[in-house]
Design a protein around this ligand. Structure first.
Ligand code: NAP
Length: 499
């Protein structure tokens, strides 16, 4: 029999946890050199959250030095591939073994339901480390064609020190998307998690060392973006920044790379993804996909289906089905309640921002069909109910800006051509979907949506085997899949002449 997860069970676990908020550098916890710390209220109930080291350039320097020393020594990259694989698989196993604890740490930080943290975030984090661990002893180099008197080895070599800067919406999953391929390729990593979501990053680093990853290969520096992320991205001894976050900060990261050592950057940025529904579609399936695609994780998902581009004749019927899913199937509750499917938003300032974007949208004439209101205020937490605005046009702010809250903009269209124009009229290109029973149209339309991932008659299907990332201002570079390894390596040619 598995554990019976009740609210009491999770509350007891919460009460028993020791929250470690110091940096993790060269295999050990370190306070910030300045002695400064950060605290913030927990999003689930406003109670005092963890105390974190408030890093600055001095802490970043120490972490980069540890990462560089580990790389230069070859202690990791020159290990036998089979040994590296064993360590990464052991690490994945420890993540699973500490799943409840990691799930609770994530929920304390970001306010998502602990059940989702356990069943989705912990699972996908462990799967990610395992996926890349399994690749370690299956990667080959090449020998280029030459005459018999020479040999040219084309080696795929690690870059050196990778800086990873990650956001707060799926911290463990996105950390694994960077850590797995970067470490499997032989690099050392300095991870700067969002200051709202550092607890799991620190714990992942502890577990990595417990699994046998040598000290210095994976370091964590906590703190604010301006004070730790910026010096990491400007650092002259960092070879690459793997960034996930907003388009605004992604542009800064490119600038920092240019101002410093022309380090490589990979950017996974924002989105405003369209879900297109034609009148011949299965409206129940489309409603379910639209609701879960937009409202899961309280809308704090980069590829959330936030623009519902719907044939005018079915807008009303579809929106009432979405309302039924939002109100009957998607349970919004306290994150420790095992029935909760969506929980709190990340913090009060973000909740206020979402509410003010909704108010501004209404000022412009957006018409609310239901929801999109603050709820459960009596808990002291940050909760907004899922909501839909209808009869929108694509130039309205709710249809253009990434809200990062549970807010869906329904934009009606009449012709396929008009739908496609609306779909691609955005600076983003992360994801999209089309719902229709006409397979010719599905094929035509999915080819024409300018986005890194397109779904037909479904939303948000993914495995580690499929690359993830965007076009246009949603960034470049791909996480997940075997291709993700490429961006953490470069080719080096070694010529040898015989005779
Ligand atoms: P964000 O504000 O851009 O922050 C992302 C990371 O950058 C955080 O660690 C942040 O640190 C750091 N940062 C902030 N300013 C910085 C600076 N000047 N220099 C270096 N680092 C800096 O994004 P967020 O609010 O955490 O996350 C939401 C955004 O991420 C959304 O736009 C979402 O679409 C995007 N996202 C994209 C994907 C994808 O795969 N495409 C996945 C998830 C999320 P602090 O927070 O500590 O300041």
């Amino acid at each position: 029999m598995g554990t019976q997860y009740t609210r009491t069970y999770w509350e007891a676990l919460l009460a028993s946890l020791r929250l470690e908020g110091r940096h993790f550098i060269d295999g050990a916890h370190r306070p910030s050199r300045s002695g400064l710390t950060i605290t913030r209220p927990r999003p689930m109930d406003g109670a005092a959250g963890p105390v974190l080291a408030r890093g600055d350039a001095a802490d970043v320097d120490a972490a980069v030095a540890a990462a560089r020393a580990a790389f230069a020594s070859g202690v990791w990259r020159h290990k036998e591939p089979g040994d590296k694989k064993k360590i990464m698989l052991e690490w994945a196993g420890l993540i699973r073994a500490h799943g409840e604890e990691l799930a609770m740490l994530e929920t304390i930080d970001v306010g998502k339901p602990v059940t989702a943290s356990l069943n989705v975030d912990v699972r996908l984090c462990a799967d990610g480390i395992q996926y890349y661990g399994e690749m370690v002893d299956k990667m080959y180099d090449e020998i280029a064609p030459t005459g018999p008197k020479a040999r040219a080895l084309v080696r795929k070599v690690p870059l050196g020190v990778v800086g990873a800067i990650t956001p707060w919406n799926y911290p463990m999953i996105i950390d694994a998307w960077k850590l797995g391929p970067a470490i499997a390729a032989g690099n050392s990593v300095v991870l700067k998690p969002a200051e709202q979501s550092s607890l799991t990053a620190i714990r992942l680093a502890e577990l990595a060392v417990e699994a046998g990853l040598p000290a210095g290969v994976f370091n964590v520096v906590t703190g604010y973006g301006e004070e730790t992320g910026k010096p990491l991205a400007l650092h002259m001894d960092v070879d690459m920044i793997a960034f996930t976050g907003s388009t605004e900060v992604g542009k800064l990261i490119m600038g920092y790379a240019a101002q410093s050592n022309v380090k490589r950057v990979a950017l996974e940025l924002g989105g405003k993804s369209p879900l297109v529904v034609f009148e011949d579609a299965d409206l129940d399936a489309a409603a379910s996909a639209a609701a879960w695609g937009c409202f899961y994780n309280s809308g704090e998902t980069c590829h959330a289906s936030t623009r519902l581009i719907v044939q005018r004749s079915v807008q009303e019927a579809l929106v009432s089905k979405i309302e039924a899913v939002a109100k009957n199937d998607i349970v919004l509750a306290h994150p420790l309640d095992p029935s909760a499917q969506i929980g709190a938003l990340i913090e009060e300032t973000h909740m206020e921002k979402v509410l003010s974007m909704i108010a501004a949208g209404e000022q412009e004439g957006a018409r609310r069909a239901f929801g999109a209101e603050r709820v459960l205020a009596e808990t002291g937490g940050c909760y907004i109910s899922p909501g839909v605005f209808i009869d929108m046009t694509n130039d309205m702010s709710l249809a253009r800006q990434e809200i990062f809250g549970p807010v869906l903009a329904a934009i009606p269209f009449d012709t396929e051509e008009e739908a496609l124009t609306i779909v691609n009229d955005t600076v983003y290109g992360l994801a999209g979907a089309v719902f229709t029973k006409d397979m010719d149209r599905a094929h035509r339309f999915s080819e024409a949506i300018h986005a890194g991932t397109v779904w037909i008659n479904t939303y948000d299907m993914a495995t580690f085997a499929t690359p993830f990332g965007g076009f246009k201002q949603s960034g470049f570079g791909r996480d997940r899949s075997v291709h993700a390894i490429d961006k953490y390596c470069d080719y080096k040619t070694i010529w040898q002449q015989f005779g």
